[in-house]
Design a binder for this molecule. Structure first.
Ligand code: NAD
Length: 315
């Protein structure tokens, strides 16, 4: 029987000091990562955004083993709060080696519907909170990581950075920007042995995910289409985060690692080529049919649902 990774490895981040930003509740991906880092020997500090989540975050912090766990307020739109949070965590933990950034926000009006209707304010807000905040935090932790002789920064992205995902809209643009920021930070900070990477996670049922219209359908479809034919969970993202935070990934930076059961690797994701043939004219040959559906995906019945160009008579 295959053992759970927790049984196979231990102490991968022993003694490291980790600032984890983005815990709202026990379902947060950031919480799964915080628990995993704690279990592997790191000292963790948590932030919270707004008093309404303070109780939850404080209770979660108390359940970690390598306490006491600093819990500090941080709204990434508040420069002074970011300054104070990073300074206070560095003082409490005696430095910072790891930063986990798991923060995203867009107005409900800007998710769902058509991207073309995004307002300038909604655009700036989503990109500020979901993308620029990574750079803003990197600026603040850099001196601490430099003093420690290096560090690791991990952020959370999604496939909509690379592909158009209807409904994800402005958040997709924010994730593209985030992944680009990862590459620029990797260059800037690499000279001080600080590595910067992203995890592109498949759908995980969290608070933020609930704000995305049609999220349940996205998750179901990903589970059907992905090579592993299943959903992923936050613990699996946390295991990959552990890898990126530990010296096992010491030569990895500027990378976006997909943790999505392989969904990103798929094209049409049909179980059998036969499904392409069923409702169309019989193919000349098996290989010719598959080639045609890949070269001209809108021609296949399955692709009609996801192609940007709606089928029109004579079109
Ligand atoms: P979550 O709601 O638990 O976490 C989102 C966090 O962002 C919350 O803790 C919230 O407080 C924080 N946040 C929002 N605005 C903020 C602000 N102004 N200042 C500080 N913090 C702020 O949901 P999650 O799914 O765990 O999201 C974490 C990250 O993972 C996000 O970047 C999300 O886009 C990404 N992600 C999630 C999924 C998924 O399916 N859940 C998939 C891929 C990537």
């Amino acid at each position: 029987m295959i053992k759970h990774p927790e049984e196979l490895v231990s102490g991968l981040v022993d003694g490291k000091r980790a600032l984890v930003v983005g815990v709202a509740n026990k379902r947060s991906i950031a919480w799964a990562i915080a628990r995993r880092l704690d279990a592997e020997g790191a000292r963790v500090a948590l932030t919270f955004q707004g008093e309404r989540v303070l109780d939850d975050v404080t209770k979660l912090a108390a359940s970690l083993t390598n306490g006491p766990v600093p819990v500090v307020p941080m709204d990434v739109q508040d420069e002074a709060q970011m300054d104070a949070a990073v300074a206070s965590v560095a003082e409490s933990l005696g430095g910072i080696d790891i930063l986990v950034h798991a923060v995203a926000f867009a107005r409900a009006d800007d998710l769902g519907g058509r991207f073309i209707g995004t307002s300038p304010e909604g655009f700036h807000l989503a990109l500020d909170i979901s993308a620029f905040s990574l750079a803003a935090l990197a600026q603040r932790v850099e001196p601490h990581m430099q003093a420690a002789g290096g560090g690791s920064i991990v952020t959370l992205s999604y496939l909509a950075a690379e592909r158009a995902v209807p409904g994800y809209n402005v958040m997709g643009i924010a994730k593209s920007t985030l992944e680009s920021i990862v590459r620029y930070l990797a260059w800037d900070m690499g000279e001080h042995a600080v590595r910067v990477n992203a995890l592109s996670a498949g759908p995980v049922r969290t608070l933020a995910a609930r704000g995305i219209p049609g999220f349940g359908d996205m998750a179901d479809m990903a589970a059907k289409k992905s090579p592993l034919r299943r959903e992923i969970d936050a613990d699996e993202v946390a295991d990959a985060a552990l890898f990126l935070c530990s010296s096992l990934s010491r030569a990895v930076t500027g990378e976006t690692l997909h943790v999505d059961a392989g969904y990103h690797a798929m094209g049409l994701g049909l179980r059998r080529p036969r499904q392409i043939w069923k409702s169309g004219a019989p193919p000349l040959s098996r290989s010719a049919s598959v080639t045609a559906s890949i070269a001209c995906p809108a021609a296949s019945p399955a692709a009609r649902h996801t192609s940007p160009i709606a089928a029109r008579p004579g079109g």
